[in-house]
Design a protein around this ligand. Structure first.
Ligand code: GCU
Length: 689
């Protein structure tokens, strides 16, 4: 099955095993069996058994470590190491940030080797243990002394699971958390999920949907949340919940949910107190309000800060809980006939002026682009507006607009377009990953959240290959400058095996996948061109993009296409960026081709920097993209016999489907624009012949 994901620990060949130290003991510097230190020890034990076929005993807490025979693996926190006879050794470790670890190899005279794993905290120790196992599984050398700390403290997942067991934008079966209005009795999968998360450094999760209105807070479900937290805690994963703003009115019997109303304040205070009794280390609350028809503070004539602060104050007495207030606030009944209307402007319009208004435990959570997880977007301009309010950058591992896990789309190259973008705030270097990590504005808590739609399916995401995005997401939260090629190579080795054909084929297909999908879906920044009106966000439907209130418009007519977002003649959105970036997007000559139609409305005959016209680029890109996708199932054949039949066939089927669907995409989009503008394809491929 695919349940182990990249943590398969497939047996190593005998010649590699013979070169390994014969590990004698795993020393866990903790007495508690629910501590991540003990989890780390158990994971090491399990990993050594599977990889090396060795049975290694766990010894709990020892102060005289040196007396335990070599070769041993010692895992603990820096503090617990300091209480042992290894004190001098750990005193030499360079500073670790929260959740960081030190991994060290000590060769002993007799030819044996000790492995020392010290975490800045318990979670860090677990991360170090996983790092060790993943090096061993790939037969990579152990470092002599290696420290690693995450760049961002917040490395979280948002599940969009409903209490009835369905998942919003879920493509892999029902929820692993909920069913029929309650938390599942059997949370085995939840613990397995936490294991996968921990192995790549993910440390928090919001377990329910931002759109969920159900009663998560009756006594049974409160206890259920406590059980979820208990299942994930040994893996260093903390849980939080998404709240529905109108709960006081809907479920609490109050006449209002006005955030300044004293009864509403007590309602939330009381609910928070009860919740903390069940989940003492609650992460906090995720809030979607005044968005897509949801109520929020604006419904009651209050500011967004009033809304966020209501929850922030309720959390404060209990711990370090945060309010993740989503910047995804917009009106979805926008009038397209007004050429100044622009959904991309909404976040800045709603949040400007609020930077000093939030309690210090409020974080604004911002989607990577101004619209909605499209195939290509510029970074959200709001990323350049908040200085004192820290932020969470929101990605999707869930491929909502990107083929919904039925298409392979390896996402890190897309993420890099956002993470590496220099917003030039105040004319100074302001690369998005440095803003998000907190280093630019000296924020203590900031980072990442990704919407992930794991379900009961034994592949987790409905597709074995889609799991590379979950793995990569963790890697990028830890180090946002990671090279996407080494990430996919590591994942391929861990998931499928180290044979060069496996690694090279998976790397090649993966690296080709995002450009291919962009080519056969929406080009030049016109967005993905999925079906917006039926909300499925799947398959080609360019006509559905316009003539609705959602504001994901293309403004395509028979002569021209694209959103004019300039200050001079358009919606003014380009002007929401800092001056140097604004100037680049304002001018058609300096706007990169791949965002041309995001910022400009141009005739189909407009000539790109490549020398092609816009319409010919559409035609060619769609043929190129579909052609590349045709090669995926063929390339995959190289893995026949090198990996297990089950995963070979499952993936082959998906890639074959994708190859076929890419032709549907190609012809739908090309025929649509051909019919609209009547301009022939210079190669004579498009239209009726
Ligand atoms: C998208 C998505 C919705 C989701 C929303 C959100 O619009 O299609 O399903 O609820 O984003 O992020 O809140």
């Amino acid at each position: 099955t695919g349940l182990e994901g990249w943590l398969r620990y497939a047996p190593l060949p005998a010649e590699i095993i013979s070169l390994q130290p014969s590990f004698s003991h795993i020393v866990a510097l903790s007495r508690s069996e629910t501590s991540p230190i003990y989890t780390a020890a158990k994971e090491l034990q399990d990993g050594l058994k599977k990889l090396l076929n060795r049975d290694v005993n766990i010894v709990k807490t020892a102060t005289e470590i040196k007396e335990i025979p070599s070769s041993k693996i010692v895992v603990g926190t820096l503090d617990s190491f300091s209480l042992t006879d290894e004190k001098i050794e750990v005193d030499r470790i360079p500073d670790l940030k929260e959740d960081g670890y030190w991994l060290s190899t000590r060769k002993i005279d007799s030819g044996t080797t000790d492995i020392l794993i010290a975490g800045q905290n318990e979670r860090g120790a677990l991360y170090g243990a996983f790092q060790f196992l993943m090096l061993l599984a790939q037969n990579k050398p152990y470092p002599e002394s290696h420290t690693s700390s995450p760049q961002a403290p917040i490395r979280w997942i948002n599940q969009w699971d409903n209490l009835d067991g369905t998942i919003e934008r879920g493509y892999a079966g029902p929820s692993i958390f909920f069913k029929d209005g309650a938390v599942l009795d059997d949370l085995t999968r939840v613990a397995q999920y936490a294991r996968l998360m921990a192995s790549v450094g993910l440390n928090g999760i919001i377990v329910n949907n931002v759109n969920s209105h159900c009663n998560l807070f009756n006594p049974t479900n409160m206890k259920g949340l406590g059980r979820i937290a208990d299942a994930m805690r040994p893996w260093g994963v903390r849980i939080g919940v998404a709240l529905y703003f109108d709960t006081p009115k809907d479920l609490g019997g109050l006449p209002t949910s006005d955030p300044l109303n004293p009864d509403v304040v007590s309602y939330w205070n009381d609910l928070t107190t009860r919740l903390y009794r069940n989940v003492p280390d609650l992460l906090g609350y995720l809030i979607k309000a005044n968005s897509e028809g949801q109520p929020g503070p604006l419904t009651y004539g209050r500011t967004l800060a009033d809304g966020a602060n209501l929850f922030a104050r309720a959390l404060k007495p209990h711990g370090d809980g945060l309010v993740m207030y989503r910047a995804f606030v917009y009106n979805h009944h926008l009038d397209e006939s007004n050429l100044k209307n622009d959904r991309a402007n909404a976040a800045v319009e709603f949040f400007d002026g609020l930077d000093d208004e939030f309690e210090d435990n409020v974080i604004v959570q911002i989607k990577y682009g101004p619209i909605d997880f499209q195939i290509r977007e510029p970074p959200s301009p709001l990323l350049s507006h908040l200085r004192r309010t820290p932020i969470i950058l929101e990605f999707q591992v869930c491929q909502e607009y990107l083929g919904q896990q039925s298409h392979l789309v390896y996402l890190p190259p897309l993420w890099r377009t956002i993470l590496d973008f220099d917003l030039r705030i105040d004319g100074t270097p302001s690369v998005v990953r440095d803003i998000v990590s907190g280093s630019k504005f000296d924020w203590k808590r900031s980072g990442y959240a990704a919407v992930v739609n794991v379900g009961q399916d034994s592949t987790w995401l409905g597709s074995h290959m889609a799991m590379s995005n979950l793995y990569a997401y963790g890697c990028y939260c830890w180090d946002a400058s990671r090279d996407e090629v080494t990430v996919i190579q590591d994942w391929a080795r861990l998931t499928f095996g180290s044979h060069p054909t496996i690694v090279d084929t998976i790397t090649k297909i993966s690296m080709e996948s995002w450009p291919a999908y962009e080519n056969y879906s929406g080009n030049l920044g016109i967005q993905t061109l999925c079906d917006i009106v039926k909300h499925c966000h799947y398959g080609p439907s360019p006509a559905a993009m316009d003539g609705n209130g959602w504001g994901q418009w293309t403004r395509a007519d028979s002569h021209a296409i694209g959103m004019d977002r300039t200050v001079a003649t358009g919606t003014g959105n380009a002007g929401q960026y800092p001056p140097e970036v604004a100037a680049m997007f304002e001018d058609i000559k300096t706007t990169p081709d791949d965002l041309l139609l995001w910022f400009h409305h141009v005739p189909y005959t407009h000539q790109l920097k490549s020398g092609k016209t816009v319409i010919q680029h559409f035609y060619d890109a769609h043929y190129d993209g579909a052609k590349t996708a045709q090669t995926f199932p063929v390339q995959w054949q190289a893995l026949r016999g090198l990996i297990d039949e089950n995963r070979f066939h499952h993936t082959a089927l998906r890639l074959t489907y994708q190859a076929g669907h890419s032709i549907v995409w190609r012809d739908s989009i090309n025929n649509f624009y051909h019919a609209k503008c009547g301009i022939p394809d210079v190669h004579g491929r498009v239209g009726n012949h």
